[in-house]
Design a binder for this molecule. Structure first.
Ligand code: FDA
Length: 307
């Protein structure tokens, strides 16, 4: 019950101000956000690489309101890619981007987001890595998939995300699996109405397995984005049945969540990529992490009250 309330709060400016100013917030945010700047995140990328993990980097931010902010988002990724190049980490780190941060919701936003994301994808390709387009709320997805198709004409490795909770996703998975795309499958983290999405956890899990099967049996590269132990073992079994080798799919988990499991899967020989978010505009990302596990909210509340 708490999850939808927290997700509604994630869109409220009043709550944003309250949460951002609350004592104790920083300490809880630090569990999920790797740092505020490139300098702070670099040691974390290096440490992950030392442990045999790969990363996908998200410069946090979304729901921007000006074209200038969309350019700043593009530039933040270009700065990050420059640093990865200097560190020689191009093949260990890819980028995850939210098109809303690139201006997708502004007037003429589809074209603006495409124009902003293209140089990022080009720069990533130049250092031997790639970009994955995160999935945001359902109203943004037709534009996201169209941008993904457009980018793949020149950069076929560009990935995208699909969300098991949406009714549309099996059809999207079939299309993407047939055309050989890199696809991250996740359960879905936004507040979606019953007209477009399953609301029941068990229904979402069943849909996840149906989509996983489509991806594993298809021509593309499946990226299993989940911390759910049951889904992880089902993914391993489906990969085995589909005759996929260990380098023909990968697991992905979020920084700060089930870190032992990151290491366990990597030690088993799996490619394990840690989604590592950093930056100062962490509010939306942080609230979705609270909504996923109400126990996080209790921890957060306690840390505010004890400050
Ligand atoms: P589930 O929520 O059932 O969690 C399984 C277990 O994992 C829990 O019991 C708990 O132990 C642990 N856990 C999960 N979330 C936790 C949390 N926040 N805090 C503490 N423990 C937690 N969504 C989206 O809509 N668009 C996107 O682009 C992405 N991208 C993305 C990338 C990657 C790499 C991951 C792993 C996830 C996403 N997501 C996402 C988020 C996704 O949709 C989903 O909300 C979360 O992954 C939680 O679902 P699980 O599959 O982990 O299962």
């Amino acid at each position: 019950m708490l999850g939808p309330v927290i997700l509604a709060a994630s869109r409220s400016d009043k709550m944003r101000r309250f949460v951002s100013a609350a004592p104790g917030t920083k300490q809880v945010v630090a569990r999920f956000i790797a740092g505020e700047s490139v300098d702070q995140v670099v040691p974390i990328i290096v440490d992950a690489a030392d442990k045999g993990l790969e990363v996908t980097l998200d410069v946090v931010g979304e729901d921007i309101t000006t074209v200038e902010q969309s350019h700043a988002a593009r530039d933040a990724y270009l700065e990050l890619i420059d640093r990865l190049k200097d560190l020689g980490l191009g093949t260990k780190a890819e980028m995850s981007v939210k098109l809303s941060m690139f201006g997708q919701a502004l007037e003429g936003g589809h074209e603006l987001a495409l124009a902003n994301v293209r140089p990022v994808v080009e720069a990533a390709a130049a250092i031997g890595t790639t970009v994955t387009l995160d999935a945001e709320d359902h109203t943004t997805l037709d534009s996201m998939f169209a941008i993904h198709d457009e980018l793949r004409k020149d950069f076929p490795q560009t990935g995208c995300v699909i969300q098991a909770y949406l009714f549309r996703t099996e059809a999207d998975a079939r299309r993407l699996a047939a055309n050989g795309s890199r696809v991250r499958i996740v359960k879905g983290a936004y507040k979606e109405p019953a007209e477009v999405a399953y609301q029941d956890k068990a229904e979402i899990d069943k849909a996840y397995v149906r989509v996983l099967r489509i991806l594993m049996e298809g021509e593309g590269y499946p990226m299993i984005g989940s911390h759910d132990p049951r889904l992880i073992s089902i993914a391993q079994e489906l990969a085995r049945r589909a005759g996929r080798k260990l380098d023909e799919y990968e697991f992905q988990m979020l920084y700060g969540i089930r870190s032992d499991e990151h290491l366990r899967l990597a030690a088993e020989g799996h490619r394990m990529r840690v989604y590592t978010a950093y930056g100062t505009d962490w509010y939306g990302y942080f609230m979705r992490r609270l909504a996923e596990k109400p126990a996080n909210l209790l921890f957060f509340a306690r840390s505010i009250l004890t400050k």
